[in-house]
Design a protein around this ligand. Structure first.
Ligand SMILES: Nc1ncnc2c1ncn2[C@@H]1O[C@H](COP(=O)(O)OP(=O)(O)OP(=O)(O)O)[C@@H](O)[C@H]1O
Length: 244
C-alpha cells in the first residue's frame, strides 16, 4: 500500500482557449481540453461541430487562430505545439504521434509492409530494419501472410489494420483516429476497433478518436461532445475523478 498518493502526472495533451474561424464559421470557439496518458477519448458531435478541426489542432496538423496546445509525450518536458513552425510540427507528428483515417490512406503502389515501414524510413531507419519492425506490427495485428499485398488485394478491414500498424510503427505516445471504422460493416468495425484499442491503450498509450458511432464511443474511457465549435459535455468532468 502506498501511504501517499503519487504526484499527478501532467496531461499528455493540454489545450487552452482554442479558436479557429473559417470566414464567418467558428469551427472552434474556445475549447479547453486536457488528455491524460493512457486515456481513450472519443470525440462526438453533429456534422460541422468542429471535431476534426479540434483533432487536427491537437495533433499539429492545423494551427489555431488563438489558444495553445502543449504536448508532454516526447520525454523532454512539454512542447508548445502551437508555437512550432510547420517543419517542427511535421517532425513531432512523425516521431511522436500516429494517425488513422477513415480511408486508411495507404499508398496503393506499395505493399502492406512497405506502407507500414514508410514512417520509420522517413525518420531515417534503414529499409531492412524498418521492414522487419513493420512485419512484426502486421503480425501483431493479425496480418501474417499479407506483408506483400497491395491495397487492392486487401479487404477494408485488413487495410484498416495495415493503417493501424503504420500508425503504431514509430511507437507514438498518442494515436489520433478520425472515423477509423466509418467505412466498415459492424462486425469488421468491432474487430478493427479491438485492434486499435489493444495496440494503443492496451499498451499504456493514448488514443483520441473522432466517431459518429455511439457503440465505438462506448468502448473509450472518456467521451467529449462538441456542438457549434464548443465542448458541451465531457464524461471526465461529469463524474468526480473522471470516468475511466
Ligand atoms: N478548410 C476549411 N475551410 C472552410 N471551412 C472549413 C474548413 N474546415 C472546416 N470548415 C468548417 O468548420 C466547421 C467545423 O468543421 P469540422 O470538419 O471540424 O467539423 P466535424 O465536426 O469534424 O464535421 P464532420 O462530422 O462532418 O466531419 C464546419 O462548418 C466546416 O464547414
Amino acid at each position: 500500500m502506498m501511504n501517499r498518493p503519487a504526484p499527478l502526472p501532467a496531461p499528455i495533451l493540454a489545450a487552452r482557449g482554442l479558436r479557429k474561424t473559417y470566414g464567418t464559421t467558428h469551427a472552434l470557439d474556445g475549447v479547453d481540453l486536457n488528455v491524460e496518458a493512457g486515456e481513450s477519448v472519443a470525440i462526438m458531435g453533429p456534422s460541422g461541430s468542429g471535431k476534426t478541426t479540434l483533432m487536427h489542432i491537437l495533433s499539429g496538423i492545423l494551427t489555431p487562430d488563438a489558444g495553445s496546445v502543449q504536448f508532454a509525450g516526447d520525454g523532454t518536458g512539454a512542447t508548445e505545439v502551437t508555437s512550432l513552425n510547420e517543419e517542427a510540427r511535421a517532425k513531432l507528428r512523425r516521431e511522436h504521434l500516429g494517425f488513422v483515417f477513415q480511408d486508411g490512406l495507404l499508398l496503393p503502389e506499395l505493399t502492406a509492409v512497405e506502407n507500414v515501414a514508410l514512417p520509420l524510413m522517413l525518420s531515417g531507419v534503414p529499409r531492412q530494419g524498418a521492414e522487419s519492425h513493420a512485419a512484426q506490427w502486421l503480425s501483431a495485428l493479425g496480418l501474417d501472410g499479407m506483408q506483400t499485398r497491395r491495397l487492392g488485394e486487401l479487404s477494408g478491414g485488413q487495410a484498416q489494420r495495415v493503417a493501424i500498424a503504420r500508425a503504431q510503427v514509430a511507437d507514438p505516445h498518442v494515436v489520433f483516429a478520425d472515423e477509423p471504422t466509418g467505412a466498415l460493416d459492424s462486425a469488421t468495425s468491432a474487430s478493427v476497433l479491438d485492434a486499435l484499442l489493444d495496440s494503443t491503450v492496451g499498451r499504456g498509450r493514448t488514443l483520441v478518436m473522432v466517431t459518429h458511432d455511439q457503440t465505438t464511443a462506448d468502448r473509450c474511457s472518456r467521451l467529449v461532445r462538441m456542438a457549434d465549435g464548443r465542448m458541451v459535455a465531457d464524461s471526465a468532468s461529469a463524474a468526480a475523478g473522471g470516468a475511466r
